[in-house]
Design a protein around this ligand. Structure first.
Ligand SMILES: [Zn+2]
Length: 130
């Protein structure tokens, strides 16, 4: 599954970052996802929630910011709307159009609990009873 492998690499990066900074708890992970990546946000969130259990990111909320596709004509420089497939520049007819935005897939921001935050500041995590 496409989203599962992406979720695994996202989690890997998050945990590496957390470990590098001595963080025990990750609160929020903000990820930019370009429309061209064909990632289904709900599916990615679902996979992330499945595999984050038992890690420093177990309580992390995954926030996905979608980036629409956009492009530019290399001949006349016109900005193009790639919400539908574009093969010709509507301004000069050139086929030298390129996608400049929409392939993004990266972690924009990781929010963590302060290492020295007061214990008990947050309530018992839900769903932890076994
Ligand atoms: Zn053009």
């Amino acid at each position: 599954m496409h989203e599962l492998s992406i979720a695994q690499s996202l989690l890997g990066i998050v945990l590496e970052e957390a470990a590098a900074h001595g963080v025990e708890k990750v609160l929020r992970v903000v990820v930019k996802v370009g429309a061209f990546t064909n990632v289904v946000p709900d599916s990615l969130s679902f996979c992330f929630d499945l595999i984050k259990e038992g890690t420093a990111a177990a309580e992390a909320a995954l926030e996905l910011t979608q980036v629409p596709m956009a492009g530019q004509c290399r001949d006349c420089g016109a900005e193009l709307d790639f919400s539908e497939p574009v093969f010709n520049c509507p301004h000069c007819g050139s086929t030298a159009v390129e996608l400049t935005q929409g392939r993004e897939l990266f972690i924009e921001y990781i929010e963590t609990a302060e290492p020295d935050s007061q214990p008990g500041a947050d309530s018992a995590p839900p769903g932890q009873e076994v």
